[in-house]
Design a protein around this ligand. Sequence first.
Ligand SMILES: [Zn+2]
Length: 440
Amino acid sequence: MKKFQSLSKQEISRYQSERLKELLAHAIKNVPAYKDLDHELIRSASNPADSIQHFPILTKKYFNENSESYISNTADRSQLIANRTGGSTGEPTRFYLDRVTVEHFEAARWLGLSWSGIQIGDPSVMVWGSSIELSKNQSQIHQLKEVFLKNRTIISAYDLKEESIRKYLDQIHSFKPNYLYGYPSALALLAELMIRNNLRLRIKLNAVVTTAETLQPQQREVIETAFDCKVINEYGARDGGIIAYECPEGNMHISAKNCYLEVVDIHTKQPLGYNEKGLLLVTDLNNYSMPRIRYQLGDVVSLSDKPCGCGNHLPILGSLEGREDDVFVSRDGSYVHGNYFNQVMWNLESFSGYQLIQHTHEDVSLKLVKNVGSHDFERDEQVFRDEIMKKLGNIHLSISFVNEIPRSSSGKIRYAVREFPLVTTPTSVEKEKEFTTLNL
Ligand SMILES: [Zn+2]
């Protein structure tokens, strides 16, 4: 991995092309879901980047319904490693990985951490709430494994309160971690509680690493202030591996040795150029046991061709907008990412949290958490209302005040929620139909 990141841009792209060529040929020859694409064999050998665009986009829904057909005939079933997503939105996805793929995921994480001076096996404290971890966590064996094999201890993201803050800081002090790792919402809350109670860590951390939710600039700021170190963002998914890691220059470097990324238009599903935001499609270059080609992970991003000053040649993401499920649809049919409203909200002093839910095209509700001590609630509420109406058009907006925004069953906080599917265009309907026919 370390050797790979110092290759030239051309060498990295040549490597990706070679691996893609092998993977596409393997999938067509050995994976039932792809066997009807045998007419792509010749093109995939001469121009894999072009050929892959003739493979259908793989949605989570389609994959969940047909997952068995994605297992390669060459896979040793006794060696497959079962995994699933937490399912914070909708159905969990169940899939298999092999040992080679899992180790590449881990290697990509350690490579990313190494940019901040963190070494393999360094102690960490994890602020976590995923139901998968928590259910395992109940067994003492899991706790012991965490401490003795992974050198980390876990603080529950569900339990961060004013009363428990000193207990958690004691836990951190006695474990002496090099870094903290967890959800940005939970780490930001921990940071806010520390600042409010005038508490500081007595140990120096290398970094606070955030993952699993979209990191907001304000969360970064409060975490960096409270812990007096840099925040490093990890972009990964259980069903996608470590996709990108932030370097000390603040750029998200793509794990180009592990995955091939494409970005397509939300509406037309056509490939987009650099710096154009769209749906991310991930092709894992190592998983030959259960290949998923052009897997639609559910995030909105853009790619960049900008070089980074940190000396690392891995390509970078232009932007990481967040989840596709956080995209709202305005009355005129245009898309507005939930991040827009984050910026609005964080500039208003009266509120410390919010959740915007689009139930239908016309029906939207906003939950607000009041900031104690502010006096401009009415004015700020009007500003927020105006921004929402300006972006989403003439909708019906109901506003309510709550004490806190509840965490989902996986422990994550969602600020933006759309409760209906994005409009399906004729192009993608046709493609889905085509794909269904191919696999019958
Ligand atoms: Zn960099």
